[in-house]
Design a binder for this molecule. Sequence first.
Ligand SMILES: Cc1cc2nc3c(=O)[nH]c(=O)nc-3n(C[C@H](O)[C@H](O)[C@H](O)COP(=O)(O)O)c2cc1C
Length: 362
Amino acid sequence: MWPDRRLTDLLRITHPILQAPMVGPATPALAAEVSNAGGLGALGSAEMTPDQIMKSVAELRGRTNRPFNLNFFVGDAPVTDPAVLARTRDRLRPWYETLGLGEPPEALPALGPSFDDTRLALLLALRPAVVSFHFGLPPAPALAALKSAGILILSTATTVAEAVALEAAGIDAIIAQGYEAGGHRGSHQPTAPADGVGTMALVPQIVDAVRLPVIAAGGIGDGRGIAAAFALGAAGVQMGTAFLSCPEAGTDPARRALLAHATETDTMVTDAVSGRSARAHRSRYAEAMEQAREPLPAFLQLYTLTDPMLEAGQDEIASFHLYGQGARLNRAQPAAELLARLVTEATAAFAKLSSGAATRRQ
Ligand SMILES: Cc1cc2nc3c(=O)[nH]c(=O)nc-3n(C[C@H](O)[C@H](O)[C@H](O)COP(=O)(O)O)c2cc1C
Protein backbone atom coordinates (compact mmCIF):
# COMPACT_ATOMS: atom_id res chain seq x y z
CA MET A 1 0.00 0.00 0.00
CA TRP A 2 2.91 2.41 0.61
CA PRO A 3 3.56 4.64 -2.39
CA ASP A 4 7.32 4.67 -1.71
CA ARG A 5 9.07 1.51 -0.50
CA ARG A 6 12.64 2.86 -0.24
CA LEU A 7 12.55 3.13 3.53
CA THR A 8 10.73 -0.11 4.25
CA ASP A 9 13.20 -1.97 2.00
CA LEU A 10 16.21 -0.23 3.58
CA LEU A 11 15.17 -0.81 7.20
CA ARG A 12 13.48 -4.18 6.53
CA ILE A 13 10.25 -3.12 8.15
CA THR A 14 6.66 -3.54 6.99
CA HIS A 15 5.39 0.00 7.61
CA PRO A 16 7.49 3.17 7.18
CA ILE A 17 6.47 4.45 10.62
CA LEU A 18 9.33 5.10 13.04
CA GLN A 19 8.60 5.55 16.73
CA ALA A 20 10.78 8.44 17.89
CA PRO A 21 13.64 7.60 20.25
CA MET A 22 12.56 9.63 23.28
CA VAL A 23 14.67 9.84 26.41
CA GLY A 24 12.25 8.64 29.12
CA PRO A 25 9.10 7.61 27.24
CA ALA A 26 10.79 5.30 24.68
CA THR A 27 11.03 2.12 26.79
CA PRO A 28 11.97 -1.39 25.61
CA ALA A 29 8.29 -2.36 25.94
CA LEU A 30 7.18 0.48 23.65
CA ALA A 31 9.92 -0.13 21.09
CA ALA A 32 9.21 -3.87 21.00
CA GLU A 33 5.47 -3.39 20.43
CA VAL A 34 6.13 -0.96 17.56
CA SER A 35 8.74 -3.21 15.93
CA ASN A 36 6.55 -6.31 16.34
CA ALA A 37 3.68 -4.42 14.70
CA GLY A 38 5.84 -3.74 11.63
CA GLY A 39 7.17 -0.25 12.38
CA LEU A 40 10.62 0.65 13.71
CA GLY A 41 10.80 0.84 17.50
CA ALA A 42 13.53 2.88 19.17
CA LEU A 43 15.05 3.30 22.59
CA GLY A 44 15.74 6.73 24.04
CA SER A 45 19.31 5.74 24.88
CA ALA A 46 20.91 9.20 24.63
CA GLU A 47 21.22 9.76 28.37
CA MET A 48 21.69 6.11 29.44
CA THR A 49 24.91 4.73 30.87
CA PRO A 50 26.53 1.88 28.87
CA ASP A 51 25.23 -0.55 31.49
CA GLN A 52 21.68 0.78 31.15
CA ILE A 53 21.95 0.51 27.34
CA MET A 54 23.05 -3.14 27.61
CA LYS A 55 20.19 -3.98 29.97
CA SER A 56 17.58 -2.18 27.84
CA VAL A 57 18.77 -3.86 24.64
CA ALA A 58 18.69 -7.27 26.36
CA GLU A 59 15.11 -6.58 27.48
CA LEU A 60 14.15 -5.38 24.00
CA ARG A 61 15.71 -8.44 22.35
CA GLY A 62 13.74 -10.60 24.77
CA ARG A 63 10.56 -9.03 23.36
CA THR A 64 11.29 -8.78 19.63
CA ASN A 65 13.58 -10.17 16.96
CA ARG A 66 12.68 -7.34 14.56
CA PRO A 67 14.89 -4.33 13.70
CA PHE A 68 15.09 -1.46 16.20
CA ASN A 69 16.92 1.84 16.55
CA LEU A 70 19.26 3.11 19.26
CA ASN A 71 19.63 6.90 19.45
CA PHE A 72 22.43 9.14 20.69
CA PHE A 73 23.14 12.83 21.16
CA VAL A 74 26.39 14.06 19.60
CA GLY A 75 28.31 17.24 20.28
CA ASP A 76 31.40 18.80 21.77
CA ALA A 77 32.33 18.57 25.42
CA PRO A 78 30.35 21.20 27.36
CA VAL A 79 31.98 24.56 28.02
CA THR A 80 30.24 27.13 30.21
CA ASP A 81 31.74 30.58 30.70
CA PRO A 82 32.00 31.22 34.50
CA ALA A 83 30.40 34.64 33.98
CA VAL A 84 27.41 33.00 32.25
CA LEU A 85 27.08 30.53 35.12
CA ALA A 86 27.21 33.34 37.69
CA ARG A 87 24.61 35.38 35.79
CA THR A 88 22.32 32.35 35.32
CA ARG A 89 22.51 31.56 39.05
CA ASP A 90 21.42 35.16 39.72
CA ARG A 91 18.53 34.83 37.26
CA LEU A 92 17.41 31.50 38.74
CA ARG A 93 17.67 32.60 42.38
CA PRO A 94 14.15 34.14 42.50
CA TRP A 95 12.69 30.94 41.04
CA TYR A 96 14.57 28.89 43.62
CA GLU A 97 13.11 31.14 46.31
CA THR A 98 9.56 30.77 44.93
CA LEU A 99 9.98 26.99 44.91
CA GLY A 100 11.59 26.90 48.37
CA LEU A 101 14.85 25.44 47.07
CA GLY A 102 17.62 27.44 48.71
CA GLU A 103 20.69 28.39 46.64
CA PRO A 104 21.23 27.25 43.01
CA PRO A 105 24.20 24.83 42.63
CA GLU A 106 27.58 26.56 42.32
CA ALA A 107 29.38 24.14 40.00
CA LEU A 108 28.36 22.33 36.83
CA PRO A 109 29.52 18.74 36.25
CA ALA A 110 30.93 17.73 32.85
CA LEU A 111 27.47 16.81 31.56
CA GLY A 112 27.16 16.91 27.78
CA PRO A 113 26.12 14.91 24.70
CA SER A 114 27.32 11.44 25.52
CA PHE A 115 28.22 9.59 22.29
CA ASP A 116 31.82 8.47 22.83
CA ASP A 117 34.25 5.62 22.09
CA THR A 118 32.73 3.46 24.84
CA ARG A 119 29.29 3.73 23.29
CA LEU A 120 30.72 3.14 19.81
CA ALA A 121 32.38 -0.08 21.00
CA LEU A 122 29.11 -1.08 22.67
CA LEU A 123 27.17 -0.52 19.44
CA LEU A 124 29.68 -2.59 17.48
CA ALA A 125 29.14 -5.39 19.98
CA LEU A 126 25.34 -5.05 20.22
CA ARG A 127 24.82 -4.51 16.46
CA PRO A 128 21.34 -2.95 16.41
CA ALA A 129 19.91 -2.77 12.88
CA VAL A 130 19.72 1.03 13.08
CA VAL A 131 21.45 3.84 14.97
CA SER A 132 20.20 7.42 14.85
CA PHE A 133 21.94 10.59 15.92
CA HIS A 134 20.54 13.93 17.08
CA PHE A 135 22.42 17.28 16.79
CA GLY A 136 24.62 16.12 13.89
CA LEU A 137 26.95 13.15 13.48
CA PRO A 138 29.94 11.64 15.28
CA PRO A 139 33.37 11.88 13.57
CA ALA A 140 33.92 10.04 10.24
CA PRO A 141 35.89 7.08 11.71
CA ALA A 142 32.98 6.26 14.04
CA LEU A 143 30.53 6.38 11.11
CA ALA A 144 32.83 4.16 9.03
CA ALA A 145 33.03 1.61 11.87
CA LEU A 146 29.23 1.51 12.21
CA LYS A 147 28.79 1.15 8.46
CA SER A 148 31.29 -1.66 8.16
CA ALA A 149 29.41 -3.45 10.96
CA GLY A 150 26.30 -3.27 8.75
CA ILE A 151 24.47 -0.83 11.04
CA LEU A 152 22.20 1.64 9.22
CA ILE A 153 22.65 5.28 10.21
CA LEU A 154 19.96 7.96 10.44
CA SER A 155 20.30 11.56 11.58
CA THR A 156 18.13 14.62 11.95
CA ALA A 157 18.16 17.74 9.76
CA THR A 158 16.22 20.91 10.56
CA THR A 159 17.41 22.79 7.44
CA VAL A 160 18.31 21.93 3.84
CA ALA A 161 22.01 22.70 4.52
CA GLU A 162 22.04 20.18 7.39
CA ALA A 163 20.41 17.54 5.15
CA VAL A 164 22.98 18.09 2.40
CA ALA A 165 25.81 17.76 4.96
CA LEU A 166 24.31 14.52 6.30
CA GLU A 167 24.06 13.05 2.82
CA ALA A 168 27.67 14.02 2.07
CA ALA A 169 28.76 12.21 5.26
CA GLY A 170 27.38 8.96 3.81
CA ILE A 171 24.46 8.09 6.09
CA ASP A 172 21.43 6.04 4.98
CA ALA A 173 18.36 8.24 5.51
CA ILE A 174 17.54 11.72 6.79
CA ILE A 175 14.96 12.66 9.40
CA ALA A 176 13.53 16.08 8.45
CA GLN A 177 12.38 17.52 11.76
CA GLY A 178 9.93 20.42 11.52
CA TYR A 179 9.33 23.09 14.12
CA GLU A 180 6.08 21.46 15.27
CA ALA A 181 8.05 18.54 16.73
CA GLY A 182 8.04 17.75 20.43
CA GLY A 183 11.38 17.39 22.18
CA HIS A 184 14.78 18.82 21.38
CA ARG A 185 15.33 20.37 17.99
CA GLY A 186 18.07 18.35 16.29
CA SER A 187 19.79 21.41 14.75
CA HIS A 188 23.48 20.74 14.23
CA GLN A 189 24.40 24.03 15.94
CA PRO A 190 22.38 25.50 18.82
CA THR A 191 19.65 27.78 17.49
CA ALA A 192 17.43 30.40 19.09
CA PRO A 193 14.05 28.99 20.14
CA ALA A 194 12.16 31.15 17.64
CA ASP A 195 14.29 29.83 14.79
CA GLY A 196 12.60 26.89 13.08
CA VAL A 197 11.09 25.71 9.80
CA GLY A 198 7.74 23.89 9.85
CA THR A 199 7.40 20.33 8.53
CA MET A 200 5.23 21.38 5.56
CA ALA A 201 7.92 23.74 4.27
CA LEU A 202 10.96 21.71 5.31
CA VAL A 203 10.20 18.24 3.93
CA PRO A 204 9.77 19.04 0.21
CA GLN A 205 12.78 21.36 0.21
CA ILE A 206 14.96 18.63 1.72
CA VAL A 207 13.46 16.04 -0.64
CA ASP A 208 14.50 18.26 -3.58
CA ALA A 209 18.04 18.73 -2.25
CA VAL A 210 19.07 15.12 -1.49
CA ARG A 211 18.80 11.67 -3.04
CA LEU A 212 18.49 9.77 0.26
CA PRO A 213 15.08 8.70 1.61
CA VAL A 214 13.61 11.44 3.81
CA ILE A 215 11.65 10.68 6.99
CA ALA A 216 9.24 13.46 7.95
CA ALA A 217 8.94 14.33 11.66
CA GLY A 218 7.04 16.98 13.57
CA GLY A 219 3.31 17.39 14.06
CA ILE A 220 2.34 14.07 12.44
CA GLY A 221 -0.41 12.72 14.68
CA ASP A 222 -2.52 10.36 12.58
CA GLY A 223 -2.94 8.74 9.17
CA ARG A 224 -3.75 12.04 7.48
CA GLY A 225 -0.38 13.42 8.56
CA ILE A 226 1.34 10.28 7.30
CA ALA A 227 -0.36 10.60 3.90
CA ALA A 228 0.61 14.29 3.80
CA ALA A 229 4.26 13.40 4.48
CA PHE A 230 4.25 11.05 1.47
CA ALA A 231 2.60 13.77 -0.65
CA LEU A 232 5.54 16.02 0.28
CA GLY A 233 7.98 13.40 -0.98
CA ALA A 234 8.89 11.68 2.29
CA ALA A 235 9.48 7.91 2.26
CA GLY A 236 8.37 7.52 5.88
CA VAL A 237 7.57 9.30 9.13
CA GLN A 238 8.98 9.51 12.64
CA MET A 239 6.37 10.13 15.31
CA GLY A 240 7.05 10.94 18.96
CA THR A 241 4.14 12.77 20.56
CA ALA A 242 1.66 10.28 19.08
CA PHE A 243 3.19 7.44 21.15
CA LEU A 244 3.40 9.30 24.47
CA SER A 245 0.01 8.13 25.75
CA CYS A 246 0.56 4.45 24.94
CA PRO A 247 0.48 2.36 28.14
CA GLU A 248 3.92 0.91 27.25
CA ALA A 249 5.52 4.39 27.14
CA GLY A 250 7.51 5.62 30.14
CA THR A 251 5.59 8.92 30.10
CA ASP A 252 5.20 10.39 33.58
CA PRO A 253 1.66 10.76 34.99
CA ALA A 254 1.78 14.58 34.95
CA ARG A 255 2.49 14.64 31.20
CA ARG A 256 -0.14 11.96 30.53
CA ALA A 257 -2.69 14.21 32.27
CA LEU A 258 -1.64 17.21 30.16
CA LEU A 259 -1.83 15.14 26.96
CA ALA A 260 -5.38 14.03 27.74
CA HIS A 261 -6.51 17.65 27.30
CA ALA A 262 -3.76 18.96 25.02
CA THR A 263 -4.28 21.76 22.54
CA GLU A 264 -2.15 22.97 19.65
CA THR A 265 -1.06 26.07 21.61
CA ASP A 266 0.07 24.34 24.84
CA THR A 267 3.74 24.23 23.99
CA MET A 268 6.64 26.59 23.38
CA VAL A 269 10.24 26.18 22.27
CA THR A 270 12.73 27.08 24.97
CA ASP A 271 16.43 26.52 25.65
CA ALA A 272 16.15 27.70 29.26
CA VAL A 273 15.80 24.22 30.77
CA SER A 274 18.48 22.06 29.09
CA GLY A 275 20.61 24.64 27.26
CA ARG A 276 19.29 23.75 23.77
CA SER A 277 15.99 24.51 22.09
CA ALA A 278 13.24 22.00 22.83
CA ARG A 279 9.46 22.05 22.48
CA ALA A 280 7.72 21.48 25.80
CA HIS A 281 4.58 22.47 27.67
CA ARG A 282 4.66 26.14 28.67
CA SER A 283 5.78 27.15 32.14
CA ARG A 284 6.10 30.53 33.85
CA TYR A 285 9.87 30.06 34.20
CA ALA A 286 10.42 29.26 30.49
CA GLU A 287 8.20 32.13 29.34
CA ALA A 288 10.02 34.62 31.58
CA MET A 289 13.43 33.39 30.40
CA GLU A 290 12.39 33.70 26.73
CA GLN A 291 11.11 37.23 27.26
CA ALA A 292 14.54 38.32 28.53
CA ARG A 293 17.02 36.21 26.58
CA GLU A 294 20.62 36.02 27.76
CA PRO A 295 23.44 33.51 27.18
CA LEU A 296 22.93 30.24 29.06
CA PRO A 297 25.18 27.42 30.34
CA ALA A 298 26.05 24.60 27.91
CA PHE A 299 23.59 21.93 26.77
CA LEU A 300 22.82 19.38 29.51
CA GLN A 301 25.02 21.27 32.03
CA LEU A 302 22.10 23.68 32.54
CA TYR A 303 20.05 20.74 33.87
CA THR A 304 22.21 20.89 37.00
CA LEU A 305 20.59 24.25 37.77
CA THR A 306 17.07 23.51 36.50
CA ASP A 307 16.60 19.90 37.70
CA PRO A 308 15.86 20.97 41.30
CA MET A 309 13.20 23.34 39.94
CA LEU A 310 11.60 20.54 37.88
CA GLU A 311 11.78 18.15 40.83
CA ALA A 312 9.89 20.65 43.01
CA GLY A 313 6.74 19.40 41.24
CA GLN A 314 5.10 22.81 40.73
CA ASP A 315 4.64 22.34 36.99
CA GLU A 316 2.97 25.64 36.25
CA ILE A 317 6.06 27.43 37.54
CA ALA A 318 8.77 25.15 36.13
CA SER A 319 8.41 21.94 34.14
CA PHE A 320 9.84 20.25 31.05
CA HIS A 321 7.01 18.15 29.66
CA LEU A 322 8.23 17.61 26.10
CA TYR A 323 5.53 17.18 23.47
CA GLY A 324 4.61 18.67 20.13
CA GLN A 325 2.01 20.87 18.50
CA GLY A 326 0.04 17.87 17.24
CA ALA A 327 -0.68 16.61 20.76
CA ARG A 328 -4.46 17.04 20.49
CA LEU A 329 -4.37 14.19 17.93
CA ASN A 330 -2.73 11.90 20.50
CA ARG A 331 -4.63 8.71 21.44
CA ALA A 332 -4.21 6.58 24.54
CA GLN A 333 -4.08 3.04 23.22
CA PRO A 334 -1.60 0.15 23.18
CA ALA A 335 1.25 0.77 20.74
CA ALA A 336 0.49 -2.22 18.50
CA GLU A 337 -3.15 -1.10 18.17
CA LEU A 338 -2.04 2.47 17.52
CA LEU A 339 0.35 1.36 14.79
CA ALA A 340 -2.32 -0.77 13.10
CA ARG A 341 -4.73 2.17 13.33
CA LEU A 342 -2.19 4.55 11.79
CA VAL A 343 -1.72 2.15 8.87
CA THR A 344 -5.49 1.85 8.36
CA GLU A 345 -5.93 5.62 8.56
CA ALA A 346 -3.09 6.31 6.14
CA THR A 347 -4.52 3.78 3.70
CA ALA A 348 -7.92 5.46 3.95
CA ALA A 349 -6.35 8.91 3.51
CA PHE A 350 -4.52 7.81 0.34
CA ALA A 351 -7.77 6.32 -1.01
CA LYS A 352 -9.84 9.39 -0.15
CA LEU A 353 -7.32 11.72 -1.75
CA SER A 354 -7.40 9.76 -4.97
CA SER A 355 -11.22 9.60 -4.90
CA GLY A 356 -11.56 13.33 -4.17
CA ALA A 357 -13.42 12.90 -0.82
CA ALA A 358 -12.58 15.04 2.25
CA THR A 359 -10.19 13.55 4.84
CA ARG A 360 -11.83 14.26 8.21
CA ARG A 361 -11.09 11.81 10.98
CA GLN A 362 -13.99 9.32 11.37
C1 LIG B 1 9.14 13.41 24.73
C2 LIG B 1 10.06 13.50 23.56
C3 LIG B 1 11.39 13.15 23.71
C4 LIG B 1 12.25 13.18 22.61
N1 LIG B 1 13.53 12.75 22.76
C5 LIG B 1 14.31 12.58 21.65
C6 LIG B 1 15.57 11.92 21.75
O1 LIG B 1 16.00 11.49 22.82
N2 LIG B 1 16.28 11.76 20.61
C7 LIG B 1 15.83 12.21 19.39
O2 LIG B 1 16.51 12.02 18.37
N3 LIG B 1 14.64 12.83 19.27
C8 LIG B 1 13.88 13.02 20.37
N4 LIG B 1 12.64 13.62 20.25
C9 LIG B 1 12.22 14.20 18.95
C10 LIG B 1 11.68 13.12 18.03
O3 LIG B 1 12.74 12.37 17.48
C11 LIG B 1 10.87 13.68 16.84
O4 LIG B 1 11.64 14.61 16.12
C12 LIG B 1 9.58 14.32 17.27
O5 LIG B 1 8.93 13.58 18.27
C13 LIG B 1 8.64 14.47 16.08
O6 LIG B 1 7.58 15.32 16.36
P1 LIG B 1 6.21 14.88 17.08
O7 LIG B 1 6.54 14.82 18.51
O8 LIG B 1 5.29 15.97 16.72
O9 LIG B 1 5.83 13.54 16.52
C14 LIG B 1 11.77 13.62 21.34
C15 LIG B 1 10.43 13.97 21.21
C16 LIG B 1 9.57 13.92 22.29
C17 LIG B 1 8.12 14.28 22.10
